[in-house]
Design a protein around this ligand. Structure first.
Ligand code: 6GU
Length: 247
């Protein structure tokens, strides 16, 4: 997969070269290119924003640098066209389901807004030649889209074939299909079996794999009911057994 990020703070994206995603790039599974939007300004001050038409607080990102940036990074005659992701708190919610969809794409371009956002016409015009997704990573407000790009690229990148080792497989994810689908992960333990007088739950030392699986599902259900009742509501009742309902 190829990823381009257009931002006024390229250094904000440096973490993409570290750890799992850094390895994925070294191994040729992912190519990340970060571009400074100011390269496409034409004035001495390299201006990227201006006051909003209609008045109001803050500043809006000017269309001209964005138009030139997108035409350069994703030329209108390129085939195929990339999918354009615009991180914004007013976007559709980014979920694991969206991550799975994006992981199937060969090419993503991220347009990072700052201030009060990007002039609407940029998104409209881009939409005439590529798929555009405005995505929010949650119900809180960040200062700009850069951190949201880190979140989305990490969630998508770890789904790419070959990026994860077997030890931390995608199949075990909280939101992956299977018996633990849409449940939060329960507690985990490692050695020593007694630490500062606290014992690991004995079932985990028993070697009874079926009982361990049952216990883990109970723990996941309890934790999900406590912390994310909204997820319990959305569980498929057909996937709950007698034992689950007794909890
Ligand atoms: Cl994608 N951008 C900004 N600026 N704030 C956010 C967000 C995105 N998602 C949640 N809050």
């Amino acid at each position: 997969m190829r990823i381009d990020v257009i931002t006024i703070f390229p250094e904000y994206l440096e973490p993409l070269g570290v750890s799992l995603l850094g390895k994925a790039q070294e191994r040729g599974l992912l190519q990340v290119h970060v571009h400074d939007l100011r390269e496409w300004t034409t004035d001495a001050h390299r201006t990227v924003d201006d006051t909003p038409y209609g008045g109001g607080p803050g500043m809006v990102m000017k269309p001209e640098p964005w138009g030139r940036a997108l035409d350069t990074v994703a030329p209108p005659d390129a085939v195929p066209q990339p999918r354009l992701i615009v991180p914004t708190p007013s976007g559709r919610l980014f979920t694991q389901e969206v991550a799975i969809e994006l992981a199937k794409e060969p090419w993503l371009v991220f347009a990072c807004g700052r201030y009060e956002g990007i002039d609407r016409r940029v998104i409209e015009e881009a939409g005439t030649r590529m798929r555009v997704d405005e995505l929010s990573i949650g119900d809180y407000v960040l200062a700009g889209g850069e951190v949201a790009v880190l979140v989305i690229v990490e969630a998508v990148g770890r789904l790419l074939p070959g990026v994860l080792g077997n030890a931390d497989s995608v199949a075990d994810d909280s939101f992956a299909p299977g018996p633990m689908a849409n449940l939060l992960e329960g507690p985990v333990y490692t050695k020593p079996a007694n630490w500062r007088g606290r014992e690991v739950p004995p079932i985990l030392l028993s070697g009874h794999h079926a009982q361990i699986a049952r216990w883990r599902r109970d723990q996941a259900l309890r934790r999900t009911a406590e912390r994310r009742p909204d997820l319990i509501e959305r569980l498929d009742p057909a996937l709950l057994d007698e034992h689950d309902r007794a909890l």
